[in-house]
Design a binder for this molecule. Structure first.
Ligand code: GLA
Ligand code: ZN
Length: 675
């Protein structure tokens, strides 16, 4: 935690339910009816203000906050607290008109048009000044309000600006980081294609395919730009906030425009916006997104926005099934969410998102899905006592996620289908399928709590990280290193060694060569068999204890009979190296083998499509959240006689779960019960 973040852990005393609410779109006479409907749905929170700049400050320096005072007060009377957004994602027209340089420029040199969102230049001095003024006024006015429990900075940071001002800032950033042009030229091998720079002003913002060192440094600069812009706001807000009032930003899961760990550093709480879009929830992939966000700050998070029924931005904006929103809410909670908020309460009559899913329609009446949200309201209320202060059970498995490695690979995929996140999920899914909890963490997180660390395509690695991983592997702990790891240094230059570079010795292999695959290769081993696709490496053992887990069948001559994956011992620990992208079944066998050897226990055994998540409350009590993600009835055998908290029932043995059913269970104490 940086000195900016509040020392308080955000309160998780209850599960919050709510929505994004825009009272500024509606006549004030309507508000009491909205709030009555919110109350009847069991709402406890409303998020407001994040796009209201033109209502807050209709002319430069002229502020109108009284309307929001009244909305907050009305909500509070109904027992609903408020989260306020700083409105910087949507500047007013007078501002962008008077200061056109505040609008971002795209890679083709076109300046953004007013009227969308996040279209500001994140480094614009004039934008910073305007931000300072509006956030300062908001902080002073609403900071002391006891009904405002948290703040969201901006909304879904996502833009990259290519303007001249950003370019100059980028050059200054490089000068600061490299010290001398000689160092930069050296690390980036700029003699290649005569890129050598003799003045900082010559360094461009990379557009498209460019020097890997330059491309990586630019992403790091964009990260730094958002950190600074966010810190500017946090520093203004913080002194006005009461103790316990938190600051967050609503992130977009795997979006790769900046390093989310760095941007989350100054926040108290991570939150994210979960949209299924078209089709249905794939709970293995979505579970990874929750675990990713939980890993931003390695603590519980908020689901700041989620989908009420449908979105408006997919080719076909299908609706979720009846019951699916409820499983989504519990899925989020199972993975560590302390709040679920829908976007949005009611759609404005005009504006770009008229067709988006909402809870209240244009006529002001609740939509059919409102009832389901009401059900979630009852659920949360019933489960509140048992879940108070709880968090997901500590995971024994961690998957490392590294933005630098991801950007480096994205810049040079080598196979168009090689996607860093897909590859990471290829390791996550088979473990999640078995209900074994996983943390997704940055490379600088502490490793001590884990027994198994998976480092998927850890392309960029420095000595320090290599040392920490070597240190980790000892006794019974295991490390899985996968293809494309240990290839480059922090400047995105090739290491002058064979992969996995500093990890080669502990892996007991080095990569002699790698092959992008157009067809599948047969893979044969005692426990792991099937095919490899997309990527295959030829591994050379470095000692005589390194053992092969599987070999390639006949393919291109170079790979035939070579090891696909190996296992080596180091200080009583075990290191696997996986040199190929296996098919799903082979991957399942591999991960079952690795986690099985460690005897990592599932939360519970469940049939396909039923997920079991575990949270542990302040009393140390285990709470199992069982979710049927399918549209069909399923049977589940409980591990112990249980108390079910949503319906207050005692259940045991094999129970039936309704389509999209949810059970919240604790172990029933021994002895007679009255059920
Ligand atoms: C994003 C935004 C919201 C809204 C939704 C629509 O998540 O943060 O304001 O536009 O998308 O899906
Ligand atoms: Zn710019």
């Amino acid at each position: 935690m940086t000195e900016n973040a509040s020392p308080e852990t955000p309160p998780a005393a209850r599960l919050h339910l709510g929505a994004a609410y825009y009272p500024e779109h509606w006549p004030e006479e309507r508000w009491p009816e909205d709030i009555r409907l919110m109350q009847e749905a069991g709402f406890t929170v409303a998020r407001m203000g994040e796009f209201a700049w033109s209502t807050f400050e209709p002319a430069e320096g002229e502020f109108h906050f009284d309307w929001l005072d009244r909305a907050i007060a009305l909500l509070a009377e109904a027992g609903i607290v408020s989260v306020l957004g700083t409105p910087t994602a949507a500047p007013p027209a007078w501002l962008t008109h008077a200061y056109p340089d505040t609008l971002a420029v795209d890679e083709h040199g076109r300046r953004a048009q007013h009227g969308n969102r996040c279209h500001y230049c994140v480094n614009s001095t004039e934008y910073h000044a305007a931000t300072h003024r509006i956030v300062g006024a908001l902080a002073e006015h609403f900071g002391p309000n006891p009904h405002v429990i948290g703040w969201q900075i901006d909304n879904e940071f996502n833009r990259t600006c290519y303007c001249d001002h950003c370019r100059a800032r980028f050059q200054a950033y490089l000068a600061e980081r490299f010290g001398t042009l000689e160092a930069l030229n050296e690390h980036w091998t700029t003699a290649y294609w005569s890129q050598t720079y003799s003045a900082w002003e010559q360094v461009p913002i990379p557009i498209g395919y460019h020097n890997p060192g330059l491309m990586l440094a630019f992403r790091q600069f964009v990260t730094e730009s958002y950190c600074q812009f966010q810190r500017l706001q946090i520093d203004i807000l913080r002194p006005h906030l009461q103790p316990g009032v938190w600051i967050t930003h609503n992130f977009m899961q795997w979006f790769d425009g900046f390093d989310h760990y760095k941007v989350a550093e100054d926040l108290d709480l991570a939150s994210w916006d979960w949209y299924v879009g078209m089709g249905h929830v794939d709970h293995l992939t979505c579970g990874a997104a929750h675990d990713l966000v939980r890993g931003y700050k390695r603590r519980n998070f908020w689901l700041m926005e989620t989908q009420p029924g449908r979105v408006n931005w997919k080719p076909v904006n299908t609706a979720l099934d009846r019951g699916e929103m409820r499983t989504m809410a519990w899925h989020a909670v199972g993975h560590g969410a302390d709040a679920v908020l829908y976007w949005q309460w009611r759609s404005a009559l005009n504006g770009q998102e008229q067709y988006h899913g909402v809870l209240i329609d244009q006529s002001g009446q609740p939509l059919p899905i409102y009832e389901e949200v009401q059900q979630i309201g009852y659920d949360f209320e019933n489960a509140a006592p048992i879940l108070a202060g709880s968090k997901p059970a500590p995971a024994e498995i961690a998957i490392l996620n590294d933005y630098d490695s991801r950007w480096a690979i994205k810049g040079q995929r080598h196979h168009e289908d090689f996607d860093y996140v897909e590859h990471l999920l290829h390791y996550y899914r088979p473990i999640a399928l078995r209900n074994k909890p996983v943390d997704i963490i940055p490379t600088d997180a502490p490793f001590d709590q884990y027994r198994l660390i998976i480092a998927p395509a850890l392309h960029i690695i420095d000595e320090e990280l290599a040392e920490r991983l070597k240190e980790f592997v000892a006794n019974t702990r295991r490390l899985v290193i996968t293809l494309r790891s240990g290839v480059k240094d922090e400047y995105n230059a090739m290491l002058p060694t064979r992969p996995p570079g500093p990890l080669a010795k502990i892996a007991g292999i080095e990569v002699e060569d790698y092959y992008a695959l157009q067809d599948e290769i047969p893979v044969k081993g005692r426990r792991v068999s099937g095919t490899a696709r997309i990527w295959a490496e030829r591994l050379k053992p470095l000692n005589n204890i390194t053992t092969s887990i599987a070999s390639y069948g006949p393919y291109n001559g170079w790979l035939d009979d070579q090891s696909v994956a190996t296992v080596n011992m180091h200080r009583q620990g075990v290191i696997y190296y996986v040199g190929a992208y296996l098919d799903d079944r082979a991957q399942q066998s591999l991960m079952d083998m690795v986690t099985g050897q460690l005897r990592i226990e599932p939360v519970m055994q469940t049939p396909l499509g039923v997920e079991a998540c575990k949270r542990v409350n302040a009393e140390g009590e285990d709470i199992i959240i069982l979710i049927n993600h399918t549209a069909k009835e399923q049977s589940v055998t409980l591990p112990w006689p249980a108390h079910e908290h949503l319906l207050e029932l005692s259940i045991e043995g094999t129970v039936r779960m309704a389509p999209y059913g949810v059970l919240v269970l604790t172990k029933r104490p021994e002895g007679p019960t009255d059920a």
